[in-house]
Ligand binder design. Structure first.
Ligand SMILES: *Cc1c(COP(=O)(O)O)cnc(C)c1O
Length: 313
């Protein structure tokens, strides 16, 4: 079996799926590609403590903790304090990994990152914060590269199969993944529509972040002659957020349940479920025909969080 394959028809569109959730380390996902890039960068810079930040159900923190542990690198993960009734499986996995854990409120992230950077130096380390500075900026180009590279796999699939995707759908949070796909598509002169379905952010905030990510990437690679699309040209649909990060409703839970039962496809309600729901609606609204690619960006531990909530409710 291939990692990219035909999944189902939705109206006149043939949906193919790229299973990045099955990448072979720590439940895979887009964060595995992104964290792998960051570890390479950390080594290049001669740093020796990895610092990560994410929500309580963060896939990033999980992959970072596992990669650090497996390479014998010191690791601190900063969690935004959760409000959920249950401890997410990702948080349990991080605890189990032995990483140092710090909790903070969403409004105190910068202070928490600065404190950890100072503490790390006091401990005799050279810290590396995945997002760059304590405002979460400066490392965009390194992280975006992960999906510039992944885009080549999509092109390889197209070349081998003779199938050409008009649209690529994916769950979009910080927009790093979408920025990489868009940057690669532009650099190749392809006219694919890269369609981000927001998991939390408003359309304006999402579009602006993606524009900035792409600009940083082009600047870093000295490709300043490449025109980055205006915010209004960036596809970032916030109609399927369901009230905010981690929020879900009956429609979304039911879709995840049906996809698991009917297609053996695990989707969580925080990321990939929202993206799939958005894709389904947009294909129907816009009468999209032909071949469409859905990127499964991972988050498998969250599938079990959702199952616990859905099936016990
Ligand atoms: C983080 C994450 C996303 C969003 O990726 P960004 O690059 O932040 O936009 C999508 N899906 C899953 C499963 C994730 O963990």
């Amino acid at each position: 079996m291939e990692d990219t394959y035909f999944l189902m028809k939705i109206k006149d569109a043939s949906i193919y799926i790229k299973r990045d959730d099955l990448l072979p380390f720590s439940f895979g996902g887009n964060k595995l590609r992104i964290v792998t890039k960051a570890f390479e960068d950390m080594e290049r810079r001669g740093c020796d403590e990895f610092i990560s930040y994410g929500s309580e159900s963060s896939n990033l923190n999980r992959v970072a903790a596992h990669m650090a542990r497996s390479r014998g690198v010191a690791c601190t993960v900063i969690f935004k304090k959760g409000r959920g009734a249950h401890e997410p499986y990702n948080e349990l996995l991080v605890k189990e990994s032995g990483a140092r854990i710090v909790y903070c409120e969403g409004s105190e992230v910068r202070a928490a990152v600065e404190e950890e950077l100072r503490r790390s130096v006091r401990d005799g380390h050279r810290p590396y914060y995945i997002y760059g500075d304590s405002n979460g900026r400066g490392n965009e180009a390194c992280l975006v590269e992960a999906y510039v590279e992944a885009y080549e796999e999509i092109r390889d699939f197209e070349a081998k199969s003779g199938i050409s995707f008009s649209h690529i759908f994916l769950a979009s949070g910080t927009g790093i993944t979408q920025s990489g796909l868009m940057a690669a598509s532009i650099l190749h002169g392809d006219d694919k529509k890269i369609c981000g379905i927001s998991v939390a952010r408003s359309r304006d905030r999402g579009r602006e972040a993606i524009r900035e990510n792409m600009s940083s990437y082009m600047r870093d690679g000295r490709k300043t002659e490449v025109k980055v699309p205006a915010a209004s040209e960036i596809f970032f649909d916030d109609r399927f957020v369901k009230g905010g990060y981690g929020c879900a409703d009956q429609e979304l839970s039911e879709l995840c349940r049906q996809m698991m039962k009917g297609y053996g496809l695990p989707l969580d309600t925080t990321y990939t479920g929202k993206a799939f729901l958005g894709m389904r609606n947009i294909i129907e609204e816009e009468h999209i025909k032909g071949s469409v690619l859905f990127i499964h960006t991972g988050g498998l531990p969250g599938v079990f969080d959702a199952a616990r909530d859905i099936m016990l409710s």
